[in-house]
Design a protein around this ligand. Structure first.
Ligand code: SF4
Length: 466
């Protein structure tokens, strides 16, 4: 979400005449888009902002802005640690950033004193509709490899109130974008060469539930998937993050009938213990979760699963963790984000008794990580000798080979032959590590179509992550 929000801010700034620079050292304005989901992410952002403010002391016209979830969560309290910051902008105000920067420059040009911080953390009806502009690699440098995969924000906020989660506080109530706007954005991306779309939201499976009706048993989210599926030029559709509660029959069946919907589901589990799920205010059971996994595997036998898990939630006993471990085995995840529970002030879990020691969290984390390592390696090695479709995304880190992803969202690296960037191509896999597949493109299957390509103060946008 943060990556997408940053991109939308960058697009607005670019349209306003600002130049987005690749290196922080070159910028006149540094905007930090921050995460608040774990304390470590906030500490990282504060450290980074402090470093930027040291630069500002040497150069007073340098502008430092803090955007996003940490700005929303901490507000003006940030000024105690970061007194010279110029902007503190919340999650419903990203689109106001260019205006605030213009005002700041105008005030300085008029000789007004430096030092006032602009703070805007208010709710703004319709702000979810403002995350719609894109800066694709081909816009920044016409001879760059075209960007073929894009995120599309469909919704902001969440009403679920999971006991550990700060998101309802930082992102506000669930608000969906109109379906027509999303489809138009996807069509425009397709026309600019994008082939793969990832629909984004805090809880995408709740998309449109307040604004649109179920039609013939099909939820607004599945209706949106159908509309995006019908867009010419889009070859692959993904989404994140869903909620297990949203996996009704219509969504499971969509995987069986919409071939562009990739066979990878990120299905947050959080805990495999029903007692802990209740304490977390997660409205499903381990039994229901496994039913969903089985139904999805029945719809697509080669389905890949990833998940989010929290270890060491308050009150989690050895028995609770054993149940998480058992479910982790049963679901056979290909990928997982495993987090040690992090206290978030202002959430119900922060006040719960039975806080688990760091040492126990670390042990449980290690156990699941080791298991995940085995699973991922085994699944990747099972692909050796097979031919998988990859979407060729561009050069790998070395610049000498190409990289892309399989439909199951596995990263693949292969020799560059011709310029197949932006195409779907068959890849024969000859080697696999835990995180990467290696192989060769099968030339006969490479598609013929060429991808399409997409135009001053310098700004650097940086994102922190959990
Ligand atoms: S559904 Fe996700 S975003 Fe919403 S409160 Fe729960 S964990 Fe947070």
């Amino acid at each position: 979400m943060n990556e997408r929000d940053s991109e939308a801010v960058a697009a607005l700034l670019r349209a306003r005449g600002y130049r987005i620079v690749a290196s922080e050292a070159e910028c006149d304005i540094l905007l930090l888009n921050t995460c608040a989901v774990r304390d470590a992410a906030e500490q990282k952002a504060i450290g980074k902002a402090g470093y930027a403010l040291a630069r500002k002391r040497r150069r007073p016209d340098f502008v430092v802005g803090i955007l996003g979830c940490m700005a929303q969560n901490r507000g003006t309290a940030l000024l105690e640690q970061l007194p010279d910051v110029d902007l503190i902008i919340g999650t419903q105000k990203f689109h106001q950033v260019p205006g605030y920067l213009d005002n700041l420059h105008a005030a300085r040009a008029a000789g007004m004193p430096l030092g006032e911080t602009i703070v805007d953390l208010a709710e703004e009806p319709g702000s979810q509709n403002e995350i719609r502009d894109h800066v694709l690699a081909q816009d920044e440098a016409p001879d760059a490899p075209p960007q073929v995969s894009a995120f599309v924000s469909i919704q902001q906020g969440c009403n679920m109130d999971c006991a550990f989660c700060i998101v309802p506080k930082t992102r506000g109530d669930e608000r969906s974008r109109p379906m027509e706007d999303i489809v138009r954005e996807v069509e425009q991306l397709a026309a600019r060469g994008v082939r793969e779309i990832t629909l984004l939201g805090q809880i995408v499976t709740s998309y449109g539930r307040r604004d649109s009706a179920h039609t013939g048993g099909v939820s607004p989210f599945v209706q949106l998937l159908e509309r995006v599926h019908a867009v010419d030029g889009i070859e692959r559709i993904r989404f994140t993050s869903p909620h297990p509660r949203g996996f009704k029959q219509d969504l499971v069946e969509a995987f069986g009938r919409l071939p562009k919907l990739c066979e990878h589901v990120h299905l947050p589990l959080q805990s495999g213990s029903n007692r802990i799920l209740r304490a977390m205010n997660r409205p499903y059971t381990r039994e229901r979760y496994l039913e969903i996994v089985q139904a999805l595997r029945a719809a697509r036998p080669d389905m890949y699963f990833s998940t989010d898990i929290i270890v060491g939630f308050p009150g989690e006993t050895e028995e609770d963790f054993a149940q998480t471990r058992e479910l982790f085995e049963a679901a056979n995840y290909d990928m997982a984000y495993i987090f040690k529970y992090s206290v978030r002030t202002g959430t119900p879990a922060a006040e719960m008794p039975g806080q688990v020691s760091d040492e126990t969290k670390e042990q449980r984390n290690r156990i699941l990580l080791d298991r995940l390592h085995e699973n991922s390696l085994r699944r990747n090695q099972s692909l050796v000798g097979r031919v998988e479709e990859v979407l060729v995304e561009g050069p790998d880190k070395t610049g000498r080979r190409l990289t892309g992803r399989t439909r199951g969202n596995r990263v693949a690296v292969f020799a560059a032959s011709g310029r197949p960037i932006g195409r779907l191509a068959p890849l024969r896999i000859d080697r696999a590590t835990v995180s990467t597949l290696y192989g060769e493109l099968v030339p006969a299957g490479v598609e013929a179509a060429e991808p399409k390509a997409g135009g001053q103060t310098s700004v650097f946008l940086s994102g922190s992550s959990r």
